[in-house]
Design a protein around this ligand. Structure first.
Ligand code: SAM
Length: 221
């Protein structure tokens, strides 16, 4: 059974998609998609040998050889033209690494991304590279909140607010999303307290943090 996080990624994959899961580690996501009859073919890309071995043993355990192709490669280099990949999934990495992986490779029509951090960097990359966001999700698991972004080829402009808070997430205004930004707000208010108590007071950092606080309050209002 998939974690809530990977289950949310799986839900964003179209039926019969041809998927490349980059940074697949155990290949749990493609294995689940195939075992559930959702898709027929996937590439599991890994840059590191240990995680690739994890993928290989998961593939063997479920007799999915030929349906999931494990490949040792950096990022999108795991994908070959004959794979006919239409959907790239990249989950469980920082948003900066995800953006670097996307920037270094070919274009694919559908991207399903689950950055652990720096979601705004990912949205900026998508805008700069003529992808538009068609769906977002946010889920809590353990002590962490994860954002998911599904994007497709085709340009769209995002506001600064949409890049930070998620164009679909801010409109959906879900309890998990509100809780994330309420806790971020509380954290920044604490920071202001520390900054103001320090000598000398760093006025520029106070002002910067106050601006960030105002932006969070505005989107939560
Ligand atoms: N995608 C799985 C998930 O969400 O549970 C595994 C995430 S795991 C934390 C991140 C994996 O990405 C690691 O196994 C790492 O080796 C792999 N990775 C990091 N950089 C990569 C790159 N440039 N190309 C392919 N895989 C990469």
């Amino acid at each position: 059974k998939l974690s809530n996080r990977l289950a949310a990624v799986a839900k964003m994959v179209d039926d019969r998609a041809r998927v490349a899961d980059i940074g697949s580690d155990h290949a749990y996501l493609p294995a689940n998609l195939i075992l559930n009859g959702h898709i027929d073919f996937a590439v599991a890309g890994e840059v590191a040998k240990g995680p690739l071995a994890n993928a290989e043993s998961e593939i063997a355990r479920h007799a999915l050889q030929g349906k999931i192709i494990p490949r040792l490669a950096d990022g999108l280099a795991a994908i070959e033209p004959a794979d006919n990949i239409d959907t790239v999934t990249i989950a469980g990495m920082g948003g900066i690494l995800i953006s670097q992986i996307l920037a270094a490779g070919a274009r694919f029509p559908k991207l399903i991304l689950q950055p652990n951090t720096d979601e705004a960097t990912v949205r900026q990359w998508l805008e700069d590279n003529d992808y538009h966001i068609v769906a977002e999700d946010i889920i809590a698991e353990g002590n962490h909140v994860y954002e998911l972004i599904r994007a497709e080829a085709g340009a769209a402009k995002l506001t600064e607010q949409e890049k930070t808070f998620g164009p679909m997430l801010m409109r959906a205004n879900s309890p998990v999303w509100r809780a994330k930004w309420e806790s971020e707000l509380a954290r920044k208010e604490k920071v202001i307290g520390f900054l103001e108590a320090a000598t000398p007071v760093h006025e520029d950092r106070v002002a910067e943090t106050q601006t960030e606080i105002a932006k969070i309050k505005e989107v939560l209002a």
